[in-house]
Design a protein. Sequence first.
Length: 110
Amino acid sequence: MKKISLIRTMALLGIFALAAPAFAKPVMKTMKIYKTAHLGQRQLQAGEYRLKIDGTAVTVEKNGKTAAEVQGRWEERATKSPYSSVLLDANGRITEVRFEGEKRVLLLSE
């Protein structure tokens, strides 16, 4: 009887552990762009932007207004980034955002 109770308890704990990320608050970050760049279907001018990362949904805001919405995902790196930076591909599209002092980077897609 105790064994069945223990199994049920462990199963419930597992379910709650998997559900916890669903209740997590969105992550808010700041990124600075030093030249015109493309993100999704939008062109972003140089300046400071606020990122709201909610699961895989990334909303980019400037002055409280939505500038772009794209999909993104976190990826762990071996070392912490020494500074914040925005990486662009050859076409000027933002592909990655690194944050100072963090091992994880935000990879962006269209």
